[in-house]
Design a protein. Structure first.
Lengths: 261, 453
């Protein structure tokens, strides 16, 4: 076959592969309930993919595995399984499928679903995960960086924003890296190749904005250990990503305009 | 996917390291070279992808080969409405006109060899499909080359000999009109497709003829004449008009779109023209010999061949006949052109310098239900990755541009620079993303909209 490998499903499978060590770590840390949440979320997501396959001819994508993992990790705590079903449905349909499926959406479904949960059921308390998950995320992040799925511009920008603002708030720069769900969100939600800013300069700005927002929300609002910080930071950054791109394009194409008249 | 996919994955990873190493080495080289030739320019493509070659590269000398039949293809000139100037059964001399575009008088196809007109095939909507000639060894048509010392003289000669079709313009990548003005002309003497013929080897021993062709091109424009070559000794003498450009880097480095973007981005008011090195050589030969010697030095490579070869063949040569002796058993696909942009075609197309023989893969039968689901599905969106960022030679906003093209947003695509591009510039993007969306086709439909506006 005379085609390259960066097909949509290939990227999704690589994201899944990068996730495996972290999944094992979560299972060790939280036990069977995490697996139950994951299973319910995955079944819900696949159901909606099936619905949109039949109604709108949108092909299936393995990205459902990543979204399901995001939901199960970020909706830990005392969340009921029926709440997971509602959140995953909202995330899949409103976050992804109505735009045409993964690749055409502008906010990751893995962000929309937990955000829905936090708004709809504010009484549920959520807990983050520990440093073991961070450690398990490292090889995955490396895979994604080397294969170029995770933009290093976004990652470096986010780390700079996160560390700088953490220091501004007077905390140790290493403190955020003890939080597994925060680092997961940073790599898989902020770094989602589809929803991140797509221009080169925009990647830096977008990353810095996301990192800064994580620190701001974490230290000044919900607490750095709570998964809300990274979810809302990723949500806001993803909403601003098209604006950042538009700004970068407006700035650079102004320089080109005499050529492209 | 298979082997190509795996090789590519590894190569992309290693390329980043190799790049760093190469960069150090080359910085020293470039410094040295610039000291030697103070008039040269250079383009170094930092992105690009090391494409896995299909089949082994050619080593050895160029063999001269002829085929019984040669053909001119209508598909090489999209949008042309041909006036056919010969009849089936006519005996024509090499250089005699066979067809002409009704809309663009400069676009004229001439017989690459002397022979008999075997077939005139018309396609859909009465467009020319092909004119097939049976070659004989009669004498070629002679041309008056004495007037090729002025703008009008060179234009008239190129129109008469059919060499005018060597030029294509950017924007739109079409043959320019005979009265057209070029803001600059790009001569492409570099080729970064895997297994492509090396321009330096092809031009070896014919430098004087090439220089003569180049000198004639200078009459055609007030602007610069960029000679884009592989890094190394200059292929021609630089002067106030001729700029020697040394090109280095992975694949899109050799595409003219990359050079045009870096050196002279075109506008609709100031289009630039480009021409391949073998066409300049052909012009030089007309000027020295007085008749058309329409040959191409091509490589015939691919996994379906026992032995890859470099051949000098007539333009429009019959690829099936050339490949037949060397093919391994089994079903084959014969492409005119490199793997990623080639067209399945019996005859060598106008602008390609290589032919590729691939093994035809048997398609595994699928369950009818899954086959139906797949057939009905909308194309999967592409996911931006670093590989995609590197797939475009021109310095543009790759992902926003591809997104605009994939939804057919002509206005945004134009703002993002699609007027500089042609199908070949996007072939690597299509390749990298697994061929789900044909960006070249999308670009053409956007360009058609822009051209009509």
């Amino acid at each position: 076959m005379n085609v390259g490998i960066w097909h949509r499903n290939m990227v999704a499978w690589l994201l899944v592969a990068a996730l495996l060590p972290a999944a094992a770590a979560v299972l060790v840390e939280q036990g069977g309930i995490a697996a139950a949440r994951f299973g319910v979320a995955l079944a819900t997501l696949l159901f909606w993919q099936g619905v949109f396959m039949i109604v709108r001819a949108q092909p299936f994508s393995p990205i459902a595995l990543v979204t399901a993992f995001a939901v199960s990790l970020l909706a830990s705590g005392t969340t009921e399984l029926w709440q997971i079903v509602l959140a995953a449905s909202f995330g899949a349909v409103i976050g992804e499928q109505i735009f045409g499926g993964w690749g055409r959406n502008f906010i990751p479904a893995g962000v929309v679903a937990p955000a829905f949960l936090y708004f709809a059921f504010p009484e549920v308390s959520h807990a983050g995960t520990g440093a073991l998950v961070t450690l398990a995320l490292a090889p995955g992040a490396l895979i994604l960086l080397v294969t170029g799925i995770l933009s290093w511009r976004v990652l470096v920008g986010a780390l700079i924003g996160l560390v700088l603002l953490t220091m501004v708030f007077g905390h140790a720069p290493a403190a955020p890296f003890m939080q597994g769900s925060l680092i997961f969100g940073l790599i898989f939600l902020v770094g989602d190749p589809v929803c991140a800013a797509s221009t080169r300069g925009g990647g830096w700005l977008y990353g810095a904005l996301a990192g800064g927002l994580i620190a701001l929300l974490g230290w000044a609002d919900v607490g750095i250990g709570a998964p809300q910080a990274v979810v809302f930071a990723a949500l806001l950054a993803a909403i601003f990503a098209p604006l950042i791109d538009a700004g970068i394009i407006a700035m650079t194409t102004k320089q080109w305009s005499p050529h492209n008249a | 996917m298979g082997t190509i996919g795996c090789v590519q994955l590894c190569e992309i990873c290693s390329a980043q390291w190799a790049d760093i190493h190469l960069a150090r080495q080359m910085r020293a080289d470039i410094f040295e070279r610039n000291k030697r030739m103070n008039n040269g320019m250079k383009i170094r493509v930092r992105g690009g992808l090391p494409l896995p070659p299909v089949g082994s590269p050619v080593n050895g000398t160029t063999e001269v080969a002829t085929t019984e039949r040669v053909a001119l293809l209508g598909a090489d000139y999209p949008g042309m409405r041909a006036r056919i100037l010969v009849d089936q059964g006519d005996i024509v001399e090499a250089g005699a006109p066979l067809f002409e575009d009704r809309g663009k008088p400069g676009l004229r196809g001439t017989a690459p060899v002397s022979g008999k007109v075997l077939q005139i095939n018309m396609g859909a909507k009465r467009r020319l499909s092909s004119i097939v000639l049976a070659a004989n060894n009669e004498a070629p048509l002679r041309f008056d080359v004495s007037r090729a010392n002025s703008n009008d003289g060179v234009r008239a000669l190129m129109q008469e000999t059919g060499l005018w079709t060597s030029f294509r313009t950017r924007p739109f990548d079409r043959v320019p009109s005979i009265e057209g003005k070029a803001a600059a002309i790009f001569v492409t003497a570099t080729d970064t497709y895997p297994n492509a013929p090396n321009p330096r080897h092809v031009l070896a021993g014919q430098e004087n003829i090439f220089t003569r062709g180049l000198a004639a091109l200078k009459h055609l424009t007030q602007g610069k004449l960029y000679l884009c070559q592989n890094a190394g000794a200059a292929l021609a003498e630089a002067d106030p008009q001729i700029v020697i450009v040394n090109v280095s880097g992975h694949h899109p480095a050799g595409l003219v779109g990359t050079h045009i973007n870096r050196l002279h981005p075109p506008t609709r008011q100031g289009p630039v023209w480009h021409i391949g090195y073998q066409d300049v050589l052909a012009l030089g030969k007309v000027l020295t010999e007085g008749h058309l010697i329409s040959v191409r030095t091509i490589t015939l490579t691919g996994e379906g061949l026992r032995q890859p070869r470099q051949l000098q063949v007539p333009m429009g040569a019959d690829l099936h006949a050339l490949a037949r002796r060397e093919m391994t058993p089994g079903q084959k696909r014969i492409l005119s052109g490199p793997v990623i942009v080639g067209r399945e075609c019996q005859f060598l197309t106008r602008y390609h310098l290589q032919a590729t023989v691939l093994n035809a893969k048997a398609v595994a039968p699928r369950h009818w239900f899954f086959a139906a689901l797949r057939a009905a599905a909308v194309p999967e969106a592409f996911v931006p990755t670093e590989a995609l960022e590197r797939a475009l030679g021109p310095k543009l906003h790759v992902v926003p541009l591809l997104r605009a093209l994939s939804i057919g947003d002509a206005e945004t695509a134009a703002r993002l620079g699609c007027l500089q591009l042609a199908e070949e510039d996007l072939a690597l993007a299509t390749y990298v993303t697994g061929g789900e969306i044909d960006f070249g086709m999308r670009l053409r439909s956007v360009l058609d909209v822009l051209e009509a506006s």
